[in-house]
Design a protein around this ligand. Structure first.
Ligand SMILES: Nc1ncnc2c1ncn2[C@@H]1O[C@H](COP(=O)(O)OP(=O)(O)OP(=O)(O)O)[C@@H](O)[C@H]1O
Length: 459
């Protein structure tokens, strides 16, 4: 038997409510009636209701303040059932215009009403701080809860799949991707899924430390090893014993330290600066880079042997512009996350803001998205965030717009990822679906840097 969808029905007049309830029930909805007094806490009585109806005809003026407070707290989209003249009064008009999703006449065709209500349902999930689009599978929401990584597009789903796979093995990992795409978050997610999860995760940014400090920071030093070394210091590698060490901006590691790191990866032991003792340390290294390390090798800035040692497993984190379908979901997620900093009046994003966010190229990726949303939440003086609050002007969008070639590349990548995902990463069925040979699929996977489910082993 099919489960009935549930909806709220708010009405002042019990007889009118009963009549409307019978009609809505006849089109397959289970009605939860709310009769005055209307307190927001009553919305807790049934969290399954995904949409609400308000019968405005016959509602007393004195009730409007209660109704407004309740609608403000509610995550549901609300529809007003009212005759034309019921919304002529200015305060009623204001309430309906700002807090309701639709206005329908009491004489509306029931099939039409059913259709409107069903279409409004997904809004309640989007607004509830639960950034899951309602029709995604449960597995996906579990992914997000696990890593606090938001994303439901094929590329992000494929990233979640890779994270799970590489977490289970012990080898070093190299994470590639532009700045602000979520490389550190990915490393953390891998750690949390790995057998080392109960031990610590240490992160160090190789680009942020002066050259003369990095060595003792990573490997530690003995007392008296150099001027100023008044105590023995345990380095980050040793401190991470049993856990995971995340080395961000690995391309910035000075060449002489690259040798030491390589030695550690080969022997699993370190020597503190000024010490002779070989200390065995059990640490999993995850490195990340936003620069092309192969180019750095060509230029003599990065050791090829270290590159192969680190790049045993490779994970690529996509740029935000490669998964524009996630932008709205992420925007709402961050809006909810920072909602403590906003004015009570601010309710969300205008349609125009959502459109420009989708078109913008996001050179700073998710970090930029977060910063622009936080700023907009402070700057916005209206109920809904506008493009100018985000500081995204049309001009910028045009400048970053794609060429036809870029658009083709993107579409090709997206089609490939989606087909592999639909076929559980099996290449031959994906090839059949896309009407190409399996050799072409392998070529395209290499071209677009898409990991094979087995995760490519190098070095
Ligand atoms: N999928 C995601 N869902 C939610 N938040 C995310 C996601 N990816 C990244 N973030 C957030 O975006 C910000 C930037 O992410 P992170 O620091 O992991 O990026 P990065 O690639 O390591 O950046 P950099 O290259 O500059 O070191 C962080 O606040 C992170 O929590």
């Amino acid at each position: 038997m099919e489960m009935k969808q549930r909806c709220w029905l708010v009405a002042e007049d019990p007889a009118a409510a009963e009549q409307l309830e019978a009609k809505i029930d006849s089109i397959g909805w289970k009605v939860r009636r709310l009769s005055p007094p209307l307190f927001s806490s009553r919305l807790e009585e049934d969290r399954e209701c995904g949409v609400g109806l308000v019968l405005l005809d016959g509602m007393a003026d004195a009730r409007l303040a209660q109704l407004e407070a309740m609608l403000l707290e509610s995550h549901c989209p609300w529809m007003v059932v009212a005759a034309d003249d019921a919304v002529e009064d200015a305060s009623r008009r204001q309430l309906v215009a700002t807090l309701c999703h639709a206005v329908v006449a009491p004489t509306i065709d029931l099939a039409e009403l059913d259709c409107l209500m069903r279409h409004a349902l997904p809004l309640s999930l989007l607004r509830s701080g639960d950034s899951r689009p309602c029709h995604r599978e449960a597995a996906l929401s579990a992914d997000m809860a696990e890593y606090e990584m938001v994303g439901t597009s094929p590329v992000m789903r494929s990233l979640f799949q890779v994270i799970r796979k590489v977490a289970a093995v012990e080898a070093p990992i190299l994470i590639g991707g532009e700045s602000g795409t979520g490389k550190e978050l990915t490393a953390q997610a891998i750690h949390e899924r790995s057998p080392r999860a109960s031990s610590s995760f240490h992160a160090i940014n190789c680009g942020a430390l002066p050259d003369h400090l990095i060595q003792s920071e990573l490997f530690g030093h003995e007392k008296g090893a150099f001027t100023g070394a008044v105590h023995r210091k345990i380095g980050r590698i040793e401190a991470a014993d049993g856990g995971t060490l995340f080395l961000d901006e690995i391309g910035d590691l000075p060449l002489e330290l690259q040798v030491n790191l390589l030695r550690f990866l080969e022997t699993q032991s370190i020597q503190r600066v000024g010490g002779l003792e070989e200390i065995r340390v059990d640490v999993r290294i995850i490195a990340a880079t936003h620069v092309d390390l192969e180019a750095a090798i060509e230029e003599g800035r990065f050791r090829e042997d270290l590159y192969h040692r680190l790049n045993v497993l490779h994970v690529r984190v996509p740029a935000l512009r490669e998964h524009p379908d996630d932008i709205e979901v992420m925007a709402r997620y961050f809006f909810d996350r920072f909602s403590g900093e906003k004015s009570a009046r601010l309710k969300g994003f205008s349609r125009e803001a959502l459109v420009v966010m989708r078109q913008y190229a996001w050179p700073g990726n998710i970090r930029e998205l977060i910063n622009r949303i936080r700023r907009a939440m402070v700057m916005c003086e209206k109920r809904l965030i506008q493009p100018r609050d985000l500081g995204i002007e049309r001009r910028k969008i045009v400048r970053h717009s794609m060429t036809l070639d870029q658009a083709r590349e993107r579409a090709e990548r997206e089609a490939l990822v989606a087909a592999l995902e639909r076929n559980e990463s099996r290449v031959r069925p994906a090839a059949r679906e896309l009407g190409v040979s399996h050799v072409t699929i392998y070529r395209l996977m290499e071209k677009h840097d898409i990991s094979h489910p087995g995760v490519e082993a190098e070095g």
